[in-house]
Structures are given as structure tokens and as C-alpha cells.
Design a protein around this ligand. Structure first.
Ligand code: 13P
Ligand code: SF4
Length: 308
């Protein structure tokens, strides 16, 4: 195995050579996060990709995230170091599925979680992420809303929204693995600890949470919380920055099974190789891109939920 510091230096120098910026999602491997220019949640990274002056964006995350960057920045080259890093939740709804659901609900706006393909976004009215979902749904003028693809995020939004909501039955296999019994056990073993989780967790798990938020919301919550011990209900990659930013606090992953295999695919070797060969470029056909961009642009005009 190559010396990790040498490899980090090589990646940094390749980035400079290519005029590239490296973005890493909060679930990426520690060394990928350490080497990146910016880490963040889906919303922050899409915005950074759109606002950056860099010609090349290396997106260390999963396919829908790189696709969103390509939609928002057609003049940039977007590289996904591992093209096989997908999101099973995004694959749970196809354009054909959505066309059928829309036909059942004429005139009802579709809110697509960013964890969807570009083709599905192109058929949707507006996108959302876990950081702005409540505001996006409430921003719509209609009384009814159809949300895709995550049944758990949709259920979470429906708890506070005044809208009449219906949704697709997709889910994140990683978050779905966290069981209420594991949270209860972790709470019993750590009296005084608080529990924070992602809205992709099941309603039963969400009902046990002291706070529910996006991955970036967890950093805000952790630094503001008075609790010394925080039980975390999301993918384990989040622990890297949580521990770094809060050395005096203890973080406990609510379940050992909170690992997203797709988020863990990207290694620094893949980043170096992709940059050397300028390969694994993600593109979106122009007609799909134009429609998907409308849905993403509408979302970007809606502010984040406070504390999300
Ligand atoms: P965030 O938008 O909170 O970063 O979540 C993305 C994701 O894929 C969660 O599983
Ligand atoms: Fe998709 Fe879940 Fe992995 Fe996020 S954690 S990328 S929703 S499979």
C-alpha cells in the first residue's frame, strides 16, 4: 500500500495541475475528507460546485451528487472517481414509475429528494435535500404534494408540514438498518447522552431522536449541544469531522451497521487515477439537463431550514 501522505500530496498537485477542486461528502473515507478542498452535505456541495471558478470538479460522493454538479455547471468537467458509486435509494424510482404516479395525481407538484437520477429530476417540479425539505414542501402554493423517493424523509416532513402529502416507498438501505432497540440500548448505556439522527432513518428511530437533521446540521448541533455524549444515527463517515471539531465530546455510532458501501468505494488512488487520465466524467444529456436544472435552481432559491 502506498504511503498515504505521498498519495495526498500527489492528489493535491494533480488538482493544481488540472485547475480542479475536490469536493467530498461527509460520509467519505477519512483520508478523502482530509485531502478535499471542501466537505459538506448534498446541498452545500451542489452550491459549491455551482459557485466555484474551477474548470474541473472532482466529486467524491455518489453518482446523483456528481450528476447534480454536472447539471448546475454545464461548462465544467465533473469527475466521479468511482463511476460504480451509486445510491440504491436513487435507483428505487425510475422515470417510468414517476410518469405513472404523476398521471394518478394531475396538477400535484412533485418534490424530488436530490437522491434521484437526472431523468427523474427532469420530471419533477422542485428538488430538496434533507437540509431544506420542510421549507421546500411548505414553499409550494398547492395544498397537495407528492414526494419522492424516500418514504422516511417524506414521513418526517409530513410531521410538521401543513400540506396533504403522499410519497413513493423508497428508502436508504443503510439508514433503514438502524433499529429502535439499538438506540434504546445506546441510551440506556449512556445516561445523559442525546441522540441525533438523519431523516432517512425510520419513523420509529426518528421518534427517539432529540434532534433530526442533515449531515451538516449534525456538526452545528454537536458543537452547540451541552451534552458530553452524543449518539449518532447516520453513516459512520460523519464521525471523522464530529470528533475533530469536538475533541472534548464523545460520539457513539448508534449501530455498527451504519456504513454505506457506495460512499466507501472512493479511495485516494481512484482520485489520483481519475485526475491523471481525466476519466470517469459525468455528463447529462442537454434536454434532461435543462429540465432537471429548473428543479434544482428552484430548490437553491429556498433557504436551508434553521438548525438543519
Ligand atoms: P445529506 O444531504 O444530509 O448530506 O445526505 C445525503 C445522503 O445521501 C444521506 O444518506
Ligand atoms: Fe444513498 Fe443511503 Fe448511501 Fe446516502 S447513505 S448515498 S441515501 S445509500
Amino acid at each position: 500500500m502506498r504511503d498515504r501522505n505521498d498519495l495526498k500530496k500527489e492528489v493535491r498537485s494533480l488538482l493544481k495541475e488540472r485547475g480542479a477542486i475536490m469536493l467530498a461528502h461527509n460520509y467519505q473515507r477519512d483520508e478523502v475528507q482530509e485531502t478535499a478542498d471542501l466537505t459538506g452535505d448534498s446541498l452545500a456541495l451542489s452550491q459549491a460546485a455551482a459557485e466555484s471558478d474551477a474548470k474541473v470538479i472532482v466529486f467524491c460522493g455518489v453518482h446523483f451528487m456528481a450528476e447534480s454538479a454536472a447539471i448546475l455547471s454545464p461548462d465544467k468537467t465533473v469527475i466521479l472517481p468511482r463511476l460504480d458509486a451509486g445510491c440504491p435509494m436513487a435507483d428505487m424510482i425510475t422515470p417510468e414509475d414517476l410518469i405513472k404516479e404523476k398521471a394518478k395525481r394531475p396538477g400535484v407538484p412533485v418534490v424530488a429528494y436530490v437522491n434521484t437520477s437526472a431523468a427523474v429530476k427532469a420530471l419533477s417540479d422542485i428538488c430538496c435535500t434533507s437540509a431544506n425539505a420542510v421549507r421546500v414542501v411548505d414553499s409550494l402554493p398547492s395544498e397537495r404534494v407528492y414526494m419522492i423517493p424516500d418514504k422516511n424523509l417524506s414521513h418526517y416532513v409530513s410531521l410538521t408540514s401543513r400540506k396533504k402529502m403522499e410519497w413513493w416507498q423508497g428508502f436508504c438501505p443503510t439508514h433503514e438498518r438502524l433499529k429502535p432497540a439499538e438506540v434504546i440500548k445506546a441510551k440506556e448505556e449512556n445516561p445523559g447522552a442525546v441522540f441525533v439522527c438523519h431523516p432517512e432513518c425510520s419513523p420509529e428511530v426518528v421518534s427517539l431522536a432529540d434532534h433530526v437533521c442533515s449531515t451538516s446540521g449534525m456538526y452545528k448541533y454537536a458543537s452547540a449541544s451541552k451534552a458530553k455524549t452524543i449518539i449518532v444515527g447516520t453513516e459512520m463517515g460523519i464521525l471523522y469531522k464530529l470528533k475533530k471539531e469536538n475533541p472534548e465530546k464523545k460520539f457513539i455510532l448508534a449501530s455498527k451497521s451504519l456504513i454505506c458501501p457506495n460512499m466507501k468505494l472512493t479511495a485516494l488512488e481512484d482520485v489520483a487515477e481519475a485526475l491523471k487520465e481525466m476519466k470517469n466524467i459525468v455528463t447529462v444529456p442537454a434536454d434532461v439537463r435543462a429540465k432537471a436544472k429548473e428543479a434544482l435552481d428552484k430548490m437553491l432559491k429556498v433557504p436551508r431550514d434553521s438548525s438543519s
